[in-house]
Design a protein around this ligand. Structure first.
Ligand code: PMP
Length: 352
């Protein structure tokens, strides 16, 4: 009778992160913003050849951090890696916020933020997106109080798609007190084509309170290996590192990430294909009459409102798994080329 065991009530009330329903083997899984392509050519082979699985991985992640630091032109201590950027977001929240503190973020945004905040014991402050489903950076800055320890900016925003403009981001950084940690979550940065969009890389070393997070899960197609990274001031990252579960990133993950970084040409080609497919799908949806916001990640947002559950079922009947956000909309990941026609048949029927 485990009822007697005292749990933290707010944790007992949480549900574990879930991916939802799966399509059949012939269907399309467009529900988790994954890459439809396998790892870049040669990456898995290169990784497997180097790994000794009887040993613990390098807890300090020296090789991958050195390579990333070199790439971004920062010091070794200004980069850390984690088990996906999910882990790093949680670590950063834990490093900065405790019960009684506040973490501010836009809503709707990445579903994991509220859980990560609850785990720290801090309080979520959600700032609504604009009518065009973009971050309202003025409202985010205005929501900062003396209790705020972290503000999260997600660009491009999951699940709605728009990226934050660079100029607006600079005004936002000027408005947020420098003792508040700003986390710029750029999980989808490689897919951004809007030249005016913020690029965290441009701001490295410029703000004492800015950390950017990126991942090998999306553009690099390594979601199954769990490797993400954060770049920012060494003191902040050292604190975040201290909250990590030891050895959470595996040697296979390090090796695959390093090998992937050597395949920049192949990466660019794939990203270009996914981006072209995304823009084509968005254009066709708009032609069907859907009000699809700017799509800068590897997904598009379909505003299905109160019909979201029925629309999700319609996709599922066509053997397509999408991500529903009840009474709001559906996020469709950009997957295989052959999925596009099938998506458009479903969305066309939904308009009737
Ligand atoms: N940030 C955002 C905005 C995401 O959508 C995701 C994945 N869905 C992540 C971070 C985390 O991805 P990962 O842990 O695989 O790096």
């Amino acid at each position: 009778m485990s009822e007697n065991v005292r749990l933290r009530p707010e944790i007992a009330a949480l549900t574990a992160y879930s991916q939802g329903r799966s399509p059949s083997a012939d269907g399309f899984k467009l529900s988790s913003n994954e890459n439809p392509y396998p790892a870049l050519p040669g990456v898995l082979e290169a990784a497997a050849a180097r790994v000794e699985i009887n040993r613990y991985p390098d807890g300090a992640a020296v090789a991958l951090r050195t390579e990333l630091a070199d790439r971004y032109g920062v010091e070794f201590g200004e980069v850390i890696v984690g088990a996906g950027s999910s882990s790093l977001l949680q670590q950063l929240f834990l490093a900065a916020a405790a019960p009684g503190d506040e973490i501010v973020y836009a809503w709707r945004s990445f579903e994991a933020y509220p859980s990560f905040v609850t785990i720290t014991g801090a309080t979520s402050v959600r700032v609504p997106l604009t009518d065009t489903l973009e971050h309202d950076l003025d409202a985010l800055a205005a929501a900062v109080t003396e209790r705020t320890r972290v503000v999260v900016v997600c660009s491009p925003n999951n699940p709605t798609g728009p990226a934050v403009p660079g100029t607006a981001f600079e005004s936002f950084m000027a408005a947020v007190p420098s003792d508040v940690l700003v986390v710029l979550d750029e999980a989808y940065r490689e897919f951004v084509t809007d030249p005016g969009a913020v690029d965290g890389q441009d701001y490295l070393g410029r703000y004492p309170n800015l950390v950017i997070t990126r991942t090998f899960s999306k553009a690099y197609g390594l979601a199954g290996l769990r490797v993400g990274y954060a770049i920012g001031p060494e003191r902040l990252l050292a604190a975040a590192r201290a909250t990590a579960i030891p050895f959470a990133v595996t040697e296979l993950g390090f090796a695959a990430a390093l090998a992937s970084l050597e395949r920049q040409d192949a990466l660019d080609e794939r990203v270009a294909e996914i981006v072209a497919r995304r823009d084509r799908l968005r254009g066709a949806l708009i032609e069907q009459g859907w009000n699809v916001p700017s799509a800068q990640g590897n997904f598009v947002w379909l505003p299905t409102g109160e019909h979201t559950t029925a629309a999700t079922d319609a996709f599922f009947d066509a053997d397509i798994a999408v991500r529903p956000f009840v009474d709001d909309g559906i996020r469709i990941s950009i997957g295989e080329e052959e999925s596009i026609e099938r998506i458009l048949a479903v969305t066309s029927a939904l308009r009737r």
